[in-house]
Design a protein around this ligand. Sequence first.
Ligand SMILES: Cc1cc2nc3c(=O)[nH]c(=O)nc-3n(C[C@H](O)[C@H](O)[C@H](O)COP(=O)(O)OP(=O)(O)OC[C@H]3O[C@@H](n4cnc5c(N)ncnc54)[C@H](O)[C@@H]3O)c2cc1C
Length: 228
Amino acid sequence: MSSNCDVLVVGAGPVGLFLACDLTRRDLDVRVVDKNDGPTDLSKAIGIHARSLELFQDLGIIERAIERGQIENGALFYSADHFLADIRLDKLDAPYPMLLDLEQAQTERLLMERLAELGGRDERQTELVGFVQDDEGVTATLKTSSGEETCRARFMVGCDGAHSAVRHGLGSDFDREAFPGNMLLADVKLDWELPPTASWSNSAMTACSLLPPSRAAARGSSPMSPAM
Ligand SMILES: Cc1cc2nc3c(=O)[nH]c(=O)nc-3n(C[C@H](O)[C@H](O)[C@H](O)COP(=O)(O)OP(=O)(O)OC[C@H]3O[C@@H](n4cnc5c(N)ncnc54)[C@H](O)[C@@H]3O)c2cc1C
């Protein structure tokens, strides 16, 4: 089977979904494909900053994002036994002077909804397994639950995350260094006596902050010792 489109977006995370929405509303014929069978169910990126909120406004999803999230006008920081700092965000020179707490799972669902309203759709269980490009465009090979298909696109955009198949296929460098050691990251339930907007860390750099919107769970992170 083969198909044509203007733009093939590989990856339906926040970046791919946002791009698909933006190109679709500009009347381009867009396909957005993802190898997973649905959006993430993890909290991942939990804080949306002022400039991103302006882009949400432009895309027509700001009201829904604010309704589903939690507005933070500032953040309080505590160490193991004392108060460290109060950082205000409501003085920012921006239309939405705040941090919006919204789990990435919610952000992705919001963008999928908007894409559907604009007449688009994210195609799941569809993995980019190869591609070749020429002067006019790209021919991509996609693996779906019913076999392989070919997609011919004027442009292909790699929004396929840290281990990007598009980047590898292009042979592009990704110049970076990893921090030594492993981090333990977990969404947990815990008893919390500090204010809801507080973040806490101790001298071993274990850090905790409450997750939106119910604040019934907290995000904790800690360096892992070899014994853990
Ligand atoms: C545990 C964890 C915690 C995090 N916490 C934070 C945080 O607190 N704050 C913060 O700002 N960021 C955080 N991040 C990072 C944040 O999640 C990423 O920056 C964000 O997801 C990047 O979005 P993206 O759309 O570029 O890529 P991704 O969200 O990685 O999406 C890429 C998509 O491409 C798909 N894909 C990959 N390869 C293919 C292929 N060959 N064919 C088709 N589809 C493919 C994947 O299935 C995936 O859905 C965290 C990440 C993790 C893993």
